[in-house]
Design a protein around this ligand. Structure first.
Ligand SMILES: Nc1ncnc2c1ncn2[C@@H]1O[C@H](COP(=O)(O)OP(=O)(O)O)[C@@H](O)[C@H]1O
Ligand SMILES: [Mg+2]
Length: 279
C-alpha cells in the first residue's frame, strides 16, 4: 500500500505528488503515461531505491521506511528497461550466483538454485560464457533470470516490450503467465497500448507526477479525456468504432472492445448479404 507519497529529487524536480495506491497479491497491473510522468520513480520507491520525501509505503502490512534494500529486493524484483546493462559478472552462471548472495545459502543450495534457474531460462549452454558475449535477447533473458531466481512476490518490469518483436513479446507473456500461476503480483510499465489493452486487467495512468486514473483497463484506456491527458492514443478497436460512427454506422459509438467491434461487423455483413439475397 502506498500512502500519501511525495518525492522530490535532490535537484528539486518534483517527481511524485500525493500518490495513493493499493496493490493486492496476485494482481496484474499496468502503469502508463508519457515520458517524465513519474512511472519509474514510483516503482523505485517500492524496493527502497528511492525513499519517499513524504508519506509511507507498506508491504505485507509493514512500513518499509527502515527496511534495507537488501531485504526489500527479496520481496520486490525490478527489471529495469536497460537491465542487461547491469550485468557485470564474468560468467552467466556467476551472474545468478551473485544475485543469490544475500540469501546466505550453502554452496550446494546456491548451485542447485542456479542450475534450476539456468534450466528454466534455457541458459545452461551459456553457463561459462561472459554476459558481454550474449545476444540482445539472451542478455535480457539473463537479466530477468537474475531477478526471478530470488523468487520475489512482486515482479516489476519497466517497459519490457520496447523494441521486442512479436515472438519475443509472446515468450515474455508466457513467462508472466507462469509467474502469475505462482501467485506473483506483476506490475508492468508500458507505452504499448495494444499490449496493455489485450492482456493487463488493471491500468494506472500517470501524468505530471500524479495518478490520474486507476481502474479496469477497458474503462481507463477507452476514455478519450484520460487518454489525451496522458498523451496516449486510444486502442485500435476504439479508434475503429469511432471512425465507423463518424461514417454513419449506427450505434457503433457504444462499441469498445475488439470483440464488440468484430461482433458488430459480422452482424452487419450477415444482414447485408441477407438483404442482397432478398432483392
Ligand atoms: N535521477 C534524477 N534526478 C533528477 N530528476 C530526475 C531523475 N530521474 C528522473 N527525474 C525527473 O523526474 C520526473 C519523473 O521521471 P521518471 O520517473 O523517470 O518518469 P517516467 O518513468 O514516467 O518517464 C521527470 O521530470 C524526470 O526528469
Ligand atoms: Mg521511465
Amino acid at each position: 500500500m502506498i500512502k500519501d507519497v511525495m518525492y522530490t529529487y535532490p535537484n528539486g524536480t518534483i517527481a511524485l505528488i500525493d500518490i495513493n495506491l493499493n496493490l493486492y497479491g496476485g494482481e496484474f497491473i499496468g502503469i502508463m503515461g508519457k515520458n517524465g510522468a513519474g512511472k519509474t520513480t514510483l516503482i523505485r520507491t517500492l524496493n527502497g531505491l528511492i525513499r519517499p520525501t513524504q508519506g509511507d509505503i507498506y508491504i505485507d502490512d509493514k512500513n518499509i521506511n527502515t527496511t534495507t534494500i537488501a531485504t526489500l529486493s527479496k520481496k520486490v524484483g525490478i527489471i529495469f528497461q536497460n537491465a542487461s546493462h547491469q550485468l557485470f559478472a564474468n560468467t552467466v552462471e556467476d551472474e545468478i550466483k551473485f544475485s543469490l548472495k544475500s540469501f546466505n545459502l550453502t554452496k550446494e543450495e546456491s548451485q542447485i538454485r542456479t542450475n534450476k534457474t539456468l534450466q528454466q531460462f534455457n541458459l545452461e549452454k551459456y553457463r561459462e560464457r561472459s554476459p558481454l558475449n550474449l545476444s540482445g535477447g539472451e542478455s535480457k533473458k539473463l537479466a530477468i533470470a537474475s531477478i526471478i531466481c530470488r523468487d520475489p512476490d512482486i515482479l516489476i518490469f519497466d517497459e519490457p516490450t520496447l523494441g521486442q518483436d512479436a515472438r519475443e513479446i509472446e515468450s515474455f507473456l508466457r513467462l508472466i503467465e507462469k509467474e502469475r500461476e505462482h501467485g506473483k503480483t506483476i506490475i508492468i510499465i508500458t507505452h504499448n497500448i495494444e499490449f496493455a489493452f489485450e492482456f493487463i486487467p488493471r491500468t494506472i495512468l500517470m501524468a505530471d507526477g500524479k495518478i490520474i486514473a486507476d481502474g479496469p483497463t477497458e474503462k481507463v484506456l477507452n476514455c478519450e479525456e484520460l487518454i489525451e491527458k496522458a498523451s496516449l492514443v486510444l486502442p485500435q478497436s476504439r479508434q475503429l468504432s469511432l471512425a465507423l460512427y463518424s461514417m454513419g454506422f449506427q450505434d457503433t459509438d457504444t462499441l469498445f472492445s475488439k470483440a464488440d467491434v468484430t461482433k458488430y461487423l459480422m452482424q452487419f455483413l450477415k444482414n447485408s448479404s441477407e438483404r442482397a439475397q432478398k432483392r
